[in-house]
Design a protein around this ligand. Sequence first.
Ligand code: ZN
Length: 471
Amino acid sequence: MTHRIRALPLFAVLLAATSFATTAADESPLDADAVARAEALRDRALAGSGAYAIVEDLTTRVGPRLAGTEADARGVEWAIAKFKELGYDKVWTEPVSFPVWERGFEAARVIRPVPQSFAIAALGGSVGTPEEGLRGEVVKFADYAALLEGTREQVEGKIVYIGNRMQRARDGSGYGTAVRARSAGASRAAALGAQAILIRSIGTAANSRTPHTGMLSYDIAFRKIPGAALSNPDADLLENMLARGEPVEIELRMGSGIRDEYTSRNVIAEVTGRDDSGKVVLIGGHLDSWDLGTGALDDGAGVAITMAAGKLIADLPRAQRPRHTVRVVAWANEEQGVYGGKAYADAHKDAVADHLLGFESDFGAGRVWRFDTRVAEAALPMMDAIGAVLAPLGIERGGNEAYGGADVGPMRALGMPVASLVQDGTTYFDYHHTANDTLDKVDAKDLDQNVAAYVTLTYLIAEHGLPPAPQ
Ligand SMILES: [Zn+2]
């Protein structure tokens, strides 16, 4: 893959020139030796980062990692052992507690007009139905906004169905609007007297009979009703039945529910900087996954990308290590409410100033195409200069309103600067939270490009700090 870099010298030079033009021509915010070392790390990652082997191992030996299950505990042990095997200097864990949700059995069938079975997945956090199931007529709403206009006369005693279809986009922007049906629909339907809610899967797999799970969240003001997602083809079928104008009656049986409290662990590992300054660059991915697939894309890939990036820095001779420390976190239970990110912020809230920059990989295994930041004005020239080192990877410089990732969100809220190495998510939501989230969707070379981006940004910030750096 190195030849690709060499094939683009003019492009890189032009970008670098543009970037440096905004600062003093001979005063790059980056040290020339450090840039050379970052480029060498970047090219080493492209030549084979080892990230694919990590996600292959995780999905094969641990499998799906639903928070609070026995596989959650095995995942923690796996991450501890893997960090050690990769040569990290320090590995430890910190507790993360949360209620345990179990899926149990799930089935939906049409009683009338004609018997049919639907492929469904209970939504995370959902209560179950009575053991014998529940039956009701379906009332359709086009989207969450339409449900907000719904009346008790329309809904009382029925099963609400929300039909909005998620739009495909490289940046995944269709998710935010569509997902309200999943997250907030149940309580809205309950407020109008519904027995249960079914939604069209929040995903772009139009032709796959794999429903997409994901969290719903109940408003405590209302009764908790069961919620499940239909696969896209089953949602089409239901809509075709409803279009006939005859009542459609469904039987729903779900054994899901909250069972217990559980304490999992954030697994944290460090590559100590040569100054051992106590300052860290914080990267990572979340170790938990949903239970339907093997969590290869969400978020085995992110765990693998960041573990492999840290390993490349760990492999450097001590004298060539960056000044500051690289900290990699395999976050616990992101899926059910960012429990790992919240626990970390709680434990480290007095050390926010020691966190130079935080960013998480949690958008599958597609290539990085944009570099966003959320840093102080004074740090922008440095970030633009780093953008020029990322440019040969096909990464454009984005804006300064980066999201950073769910698990760094609580630290961002406390003032930690963040970045986003934004991945191509064109196909991500075909597989997201489904049984199709498996290793075959991961391309080793694409992962290497991600690791190249992560190691470049991580190394350069760990070496230079971030202006205005607290001294
Ligand atoms: Zn995720």
